[in-house]
Design a protein around this ligand. Sequence first.
Ligand code: SF4
Ligand code: SF4
Length: 79
Amino acid sequence: MGAYGPPPGFYKNNPHVRITEEYCTGCMNCISRCPRNDVLRARKVGDAFKVWAPSPENCAGCGRCVNSCPTHSISIYLV
Ligand code: SF4
Ligand code: SF4
């Protein structure tokens, strides 16, 4: 892996993303920053949008969504 890539073993941690929907405000920071297009989705719940993760196993574990979330609704867990 080059100097600008993730460290060795990064992907072997098998990161998964988890969204706590009750705290999500629908700001879309996480979706706009996610480098993958198959992990996070938004859906309408009443008058608001909520983000959820239909394919949490496709998460790369980069942490961009976690760092961009104003309500700490996102966490990364390893399996
Ligand atoms: S950690 Fe990275 S790859 Fe995983 S959902 Fe968040 S932004 Fe996307
Ligand atoms: S960044 Fe946080 S509050 Fe904003 S849409 Fe994503 S999960 Fe919801």
